[in-house]
Ligand binder design. Structure first.
Ligand SMILES: Nc1ncnc2c1ncn2[C@@H]1O[C@H](COP(=O)(O)OP(=O)(O)O)[C@@H](O)[C@H]1O
Ligand SMILES: [Mg+2]
Length: 261
């Protein structure tokens, strides 16, 4: 059953007097609890699409619904957690205090997640390998560790949909590989709906149920590939022929895009 429905969405930006077409006729139907990656050349509108789904930008044509709600309605019901490129942690707070941020009551008296049953933040931190850093200050952590706090926090926030915009792009390759397995583990035990922007073919195949390949600007959907690899997935899956075939298939679509742009 469709949960997130993006129907014929187009988006333009006006810049220095002329219009840029960022997205053209995007159509996607995503089921609840699936992990979906968006992959495509820089500037093809991946971040814009994520922002539209999350109610942070509007469309010029078409419609987005989330379980029948508009993105703004879904946003007001705290349906979204965002994981940006660098996590928004308070450096002088401890890791645990940063984990608690979504649950703090803000000035309007709304806590971002007050309606949900809380998950133990320490358990969440353990699941991303940070059990020993619960009381460390965020500023003492490496970039990879900070990003893991951001991920653990998003999974514990109660939001059923996580929008992740290149969350690993600032990390070195080895850290990035490790963190992708931690994301795989935490996702497999939570099964939230995730929209994940990445430039990494291996991350897309390792993590996803569906990979959406986007074309160069104006962003269109070039291909949607269902990744049929069994779950739970473990590191060894990367050595299988099936894994390599998926990577090659996606690379093929991306190459077609380079040729035509
Ligand atoms: N706020 C904005 N104002 C003007 N142009 C924008 C804005 N946001 C994005 N764009 C343009 O829209 C296109 C898509 O951008 P973006 O969604 O950031 O792409 P991606 O995330 O795939 O790299 C780019 O050409 C970008 O310059
Ligand atoms: Mg982007």
């Amino acid at each position: 059953m469709t949960y997130i429905k993006v129907s014929e969405v187009s988006k333009w930006f006006k810049r220095r007097g002329h219009m840029t077409e960022a997205l053209r006729d995007i159509h996607l139907e995503l089921a609840q609890g699936t992990f979906v990656s968006l992959i495509g050349p820089s500037g093809c509108g991946k971040s814009t699409l994520l922002r539209i789904v999350g109610g942070l930008a509007d469309v010029d044509r078409g419609e987005v619904t989330i379980g029948g709600l508009s993105p703004l309605e879904a946003q007001s019901r705290k349906q979204f957690g965002f994981v940006p490129q660098s996590p928004a942690l308070f450096p002088w707070r401890t890791v645990l205090e940063n984990m608690n941020l979504p649950f703090e009551v803000n000035v309007r008296g709304n806590s971002a997640a007050k309606l949900v049953e809380r998950e133990d933040p320490v358990e969440l931190l353990k699941s991303v390998g940070l059990g020993d850093f619960v009381n460390a200050y965020a500023k003492e952590l490496s970039g990879g560790m900070q990003q893991r706090v951001g991920i653990a926090r998003a999974f514990g926030s109660g939001a059923p949909i996580l929008l992740m915009d290149e969350p690993f792009s600032a990390l070195d390759e080895i850290t990035r590989e490790k963190i992708s397995y931690q994301l795989l583990d935490i996702w497999e035990s939570h099964q939230k709906t995730v929209l994940f922007v990445t430039h990494s073919l291996r991350e897309a195949v390792l993590l996803s149920d569906k990979v959406v390949v986007m074309s160069a600007r104006p962003g269109r959907v070039a291909a949607v590939i269902d990744i049929g690899l069994p779950r739970p997935r473990r590191a060894q899956i990367e050595d299988t022929d099936e894994f390599h075939q998926y990577v090659a298939e996606i690379r093929g679509y991306l190459r077609d895009e380079w040729k035509s742009s």
